[in-house]
Design a protein around this ligand. Structure first.
Ligand SMILES: C[S@@+](CC[C@H](N)C(=O)[O-])C[C@H]1O[C@@H](n2cnc3c(N)ncnc32)[C@H](O)[C@@H]1O
Length: 231
């Protein structure tokens, strides 16, 4: 005999199965979502201090799945003796990869306004025996690159810069003839910090640059390369 109690139990069971199916679908959608996580990138590392947390999340192996560092460095078409400034280098996620691409004859300036980030890069440079990497304590309005470079490269830092048109007008003096500026930043809606593609183009144009190249292989990120248009 089907009692009211049995009916309620069956109903509850179906509710539970439905909820589990929904949870499964939601988890799968999250796993296969292209690009950076939409939750806080620091969510895994709440148990450590702020700087250590930054270090861990900037070096998070998950970054491979959406930052494609190998493809990015390849796309820059660096030559063995080039000089590159990694603007807003953080803990050096790209710095050392750039260093490998330019080799011993080249040079990478890791620029950051945060001395503690530079200290992490310095320690890592000793560990990796990366003699072509040199940190520079930049200031907010000026990268203070010690010499002219072939490329100013910046990942996830553009949105931090203030008065960017003035910043890159000034930064042009650190570029060799034919020098380039490569910017990677999240697209609108991809993450809480982002820069619209059109904003990038407009700001660089106002600073006297032209858009040289744009790459579309990075999920939910802009990857644009600018030059002064004078070779
Ligand atoms: C989100 S982190 C990105 C770090 C690194 N590029 C990466 O991809 O892992 C941004 C970095 O930019 C630095 N930064 C912010 N404003 C800057 C400025 N005006 N000049 C140089 N670095 C700056 C911050 O201190 C921080 O280390």
């Amino acid at each position: 005999m089907i009692t009211t109690r049995n009916r309620s139990l069956t109903y509850l069971r179906w509710c539970r199965i439905g909820a589990l199916l929904l949870l499964g679908a939601w988890t799968l959608a999250g796993c296969f979502q292209e690009g950076p996580p939409t939750h806080s990138i620091g969510h895994k590392h709440k148990h450590v201090g702020a700087k250590e947390g930054k270090h861990l999340r900037y070096q998070d192996p998950d970054r491979y799945t959406w930052q494609f560092p190998g493809r990015v460095v390849e796309a820059l078409k660096l030559k063995p003796d080039m000089k590159v400034a990694d603007l807003g280098s953080g803990t050096g996620y790209f710095t050392f990869r750039l260093g490998e691409a330019v080799g011993d004859a080249g040079k990478i300036y890791a620029l950051d306004i945060d001395g503690e980030m530079n200290a992490i890069v310095n320690k890592e440079a000793v560990k990796k025996q990366a003699e072509n990497v040199q940190t520079v304590l930049a200031v907010e309005h000026d990268p203070l690159i010690p010499e002219k470079v072939d490329l100013i490269f910046s990942v996830n830092a553009y949105h931090h810069l203030k008065d960017r048109t003035a910043y890159f007008k000034n930064a042009a003096r650190y570029l060799k003839p034919g020098g380039r500026v490569a910017i990677i930043d999240f697209r609108e809606g991809a993450y809480k910090h982002f820069t619209k593609r059109q904003t990038l183009v407009d700001e660089f144009q106002a600073a006297g640059y032209i858009l040289d190249k744009q790459w579309g292989f990075l999920p939910r990120q802009n990857f644009l390369i600018f030059s002064r248009g004078t070779n």
